[in-house]
Write a protein that binds this ligand. Structure first.
Ligand code: PMP
Length: 393
């Protein structure tokens, strides 16, 4: 009969337990639904109820009590996890960290008035493979103040690197390959995107202590749809330029989102280092997924995964095995130059290497979606690898 409620893609039947034959495994997006079961376990205590008359005012940001309280909890969270220094930092809220990335590019670039008279626009760069939004966003907003100049490696040791102003995106750990990264250009202004610098995804060797750092609820709690990100900013004039950008862009940020995030952060903090620790929960899932995927793919000579090593984590206070958000797959055979197409043929939807400015011989698999998504992915990978192994006997 008709399902009682909506089933996840690939499942049908009354209780959604029947796998649809030939349904593809969709491992494209970075939707962080692996954390949904955590919030199901904590459903009542993480709920918010907001009466219709409550907090209607525009005055919902800056010095408002709710923002100050949220800021306090963000500092407490960083201090407790030990992933970022918050002392002497201003905090800017954004509608996702996506909004803050362009706010930061704008704020680190020369003012448009100066660009007209004396200085040239800033060159915005990143190290390949990089998260595709940096490029598409910088090109889309197409300002007089900055220009997208592509791979940072092209500018190392070039004469231009000493004469012009560089704004560099450094993603650590990196999306897509999960490696901890450092700036490639001496003297560049760096936006450190620490979306994944949390113990579910990576070892935390030391607290990040940089000039401009961005974080997002999307990856720490998994509330991607709430659209909440924040930046820790050292320099006051950069901070003020970011605030002005946000005020021009959206006036201020949703107070409903702030209320919800406050509740979520309170639950995370209350459970830290207890049985209900969200980082232990997230780490366990992602480490298991990474291990299972490696076990299945390691006999393959056709496909390989990025190499990640165990590393000391100051949060877990031990050496821990990897648990990346994504698998960065390389197709090793000459004829498999389009790796995304090779996987697609096998019923696996991935994100092509070209979306990260890398070769099409690479493609990315998301490991942070639901259990059903991941199970489906493993089935398809397993079938693909056994086909290869059988044909090589
Ligand atoms: N930075 C990186 C490296 C990301 O992977 C993402 C989302 N996948 C973002 C920023 C943007 O996230 P959001 O706008 O949801 O904060």
């Amino acid at each position: 009969g008709e399902p009682v409620c909506e089933c996840n893609t690939c499942y049908t039947g009354e209780d959604c337990s029947l796998l649809t034959p030939d349904c593809p495994a969709d491992a494209n997006s970075g939707d962080p639904l692996f954390l949904e079961p955590y919030w199901r376990r904590n459903a009542a205590r993480s709920a918010v109820l907001v009466a219709g008359w409550h907090r209607m005012s525009y005055r919902s940001y800056g010095d408002s009590p709710i923002s100050l309280e949220l800021e306090r909890y963000i500092r407490l969270l960083h201090d407790a996890v030990g992933n970022a220094v918050t002392d002497g930092r201003f905090i800017v809220f954004g509608i996702g960290s996506s909004q803050l990335l362009n706010a930061a590019v704008h704020s680190l670039s020369p003012d448009a008035v100066n660009v007209n008279s004396s200085s040239s626009p800033a060159s915005v760069v990143a190290t390949v493979p990089f998260y595709g939004l940096y490029k598409s966003q910088t090109e889309f907003f197409d300002s007089r103040e900055y220009e997208w100049e592509g791979a940072a490696a092209n500018w190392v040791n070039s004469s231009a690197s000493s004469s012009s102003k560089f704004v560099e995106f450094v993603t650590s750990p990196n999306n897509p390959d999960g490696l901890l990264m450092k700036s490639a250009l001496d003297g560049s202004s760096v936006i450190h995107d620490h979306a994944y610098y949390w113990p579910h995804y990576t070892a935390i060797p030391t607290p990040a202590d940089e000039e401009v750092m961005t974080f997002t609820a999307s990856k720490v709690s998994g509330h991607a749809g709430s659209r909440f990100g924040w930046a820790l900013v050292k320099n006051k004039s950069v901070y003020q330029k970011m605030l002005q950008y946000l005020s021009m862009n959206t006036l201020s940020m949703s107070v409903d989102t702030q209320l919800r995030m406050l509740k979520i952060f309170k639950v995370i903090l209350a459970e830290l280092r207890n049985e209900g620790d969200i980082f232990k929960f997230g780490y366990k899932i992602l480490n298991r997924r990474w291990t299972e995927l490696n076990n299945i793919m390691s006999p393959s000579r056709r496909f390989s995964l990025q190499k990640l090593s165990p590393q000391y984590c100051s949060y877990f206070q031990k050496i821990r095995d990897p648990s990346p958000a994504y698998a960065w797959v390389k197709c090793e055979r000459e004829e498999d130059a389009d790796c995304e197409a090779v996987l697609k043929e096998a019923g696996i939807i991935s994100r092509a290497g070209t979306a990260f400015d890398a070769e099409s011989r690479y493609t990315r698999l998301s490991l942070i979606k639901t259990n059903d998504d991941f199970d489906q992915l493993l089935l398809k990978i397993e079938a693909l690898v056994s086909k290869e192994l059988l044909s090589s006997i």
